[in-house]
Design a protein around this ligand. Structure first.
Ligand SMILES: Cc1cc2nc3c(=O)[nH]c(=O)nc-3n(C[C@H](O)[C@H](O)[C@H](O)COP(=O)(O)O)c2cc1C
Length: 219
C-alpha cells in the first residue's frame, strides 16, 4: 500500500488549500493508498539553523536534519514514504513562509555540496504540488512560475525535481478568500465573480486534486 504524505502549508483549516488536500487524500485512499495530511501551522518549528550537521564528513547526521524540534519526526517519516505533496496558498507570489522553512529542512540535508549538487535522499519520491491563489492562470504562469521556471514558484519546483520526481501540478485560481466580502476592504475583487467561480470552477479543481491523488496512489 502506497503511503502519501500531504504537507499543508495553509494556516486556515477547511479553506481552499485544506479542501484541496482533503480531496487529494480521498483520491489516494479510494485508489487503495494511505494518505496523511500534515498541517505545518500545527507544528512548532523554524527553518534551517545552518548548523551544517547534515554536511559533516563522517557525521552521524550526514544527509539528515539533526535539529531537534517538532519537525524532526515528520522529516524522518516523509523521507521513507512513497509520495509527498506540497500544498500551499500563494503569498506574495511565492509559497508561504512555513512551506519555505519546511523545504529548507527537508531538502537541504539531501543536497550534497559537490559539482552537481547530487541528491543523497534515501528514496526518490513521487511528488505533486497544489497551489491556491487569487490570481488567474496567466499571472501565475508568467510571473509566479516565470518564463523557463525562473519565477519563485519555478525555483521551488526545480529543487523538488532535483531531489525527487517532477511534481504533478494542481492549481486553484481566483479562490474565494473571505466568508463575507462585504465585511472586508477588498474592492479590487468582484464578489459576484468570486462567488460564481467558487461554485462553478472550484469543484473542478477539487476533482483534479482527487484524480491526482488516485494517480499517485496507483503509479
Ligand atoms: C499574506 C497573504 C499574501 C497573499 N499573496 C497573494 C499573492 O501574491 N497572489 C495571489 O494570487 N494571492 C495571494 N493571496 C491570496 C491567497 O493565496 C488565496 O486567497 C489562497 O487561496 C488562500 O488559501 P487558503 O484559503 O487555504 O487560506 C495572499 C493571501 C495572504 C493572506
Amino acid at each position: 500500500m502506497k503511503k502519501i504524505y500531504i504537507i499543508n502549508a495553509s494556516p486556515r483549516k477547511n479553506w481552499n488549500t485544506d479542501k484541496m488536500c482533503q480531496s487529494f487524500a480521498q483520491g489516494v485512499q479510494d485508489a487503495g493508498g494511505k494518505a496523511e495530511i500534515i498541517n505545518l501551522y500545527d507544528i512548532n518549528f523554524k527553518g534551517c539553523r545552518a548548523c551544517y550537521a547534515c554536511k559533516l564528513r563522517n557525521g552521524k547526521n550526514l544527509g539528515r536534519c539533526a535539529y531537534p524540534d517538532g519537525l524532526t519526526e515528520v522529516l524522518d517519516k516523509v523521507a521513507y514514504g512513497d509520495g509527498i505533496v506540497f500544498a500551499t496558498p500563494i503569498y506574495f507570489g511565492d509559497v508561504t513562509g512555513v512551506m519555505k522553512s519546511f523545504l529548507e529542512r527537508l531538502l537541504f540535508p539531501f543536497v550534497r555540496y559537490d559539482k552537481n549538487y547530487t541528491s543523497i535522499a534515501p528514496k526518490k519520491l513521487k511528488t505533486a504540488v497544489i497551489y491556491t491563489m487569487n490570481v488567474n492562470s496567466e499571472i501565475f504562469e508568467n510571473s509566479y512560475l516565470g518564463k523557463n521556471n525562473q519565477g519563485a514558484i519555478g525555483f521551488f519546483e526545480r529543487w523538488i525535481t532535483h531531489v525527487y520526481e517532477k511534481p504533478v501540478r494542481i492549481c486553484a485560481y481566483n479562490t474565494y478568500q473571505f466568508s463575507d466580502y462585504n465585511k472586508y476592504v477588498a474592492d479590487v475583487w468582484d464578489e459576484n465573480d468570486k462567488s460564481k467561480h467558487r461554485q462553478e470552477v472550484f469543484p473542478q479543481d477539487l476533482k483534479k486534486a482527487y484524480e491526482a491523488g488516485k494517480e499517485i496512489s496507483i503509479a
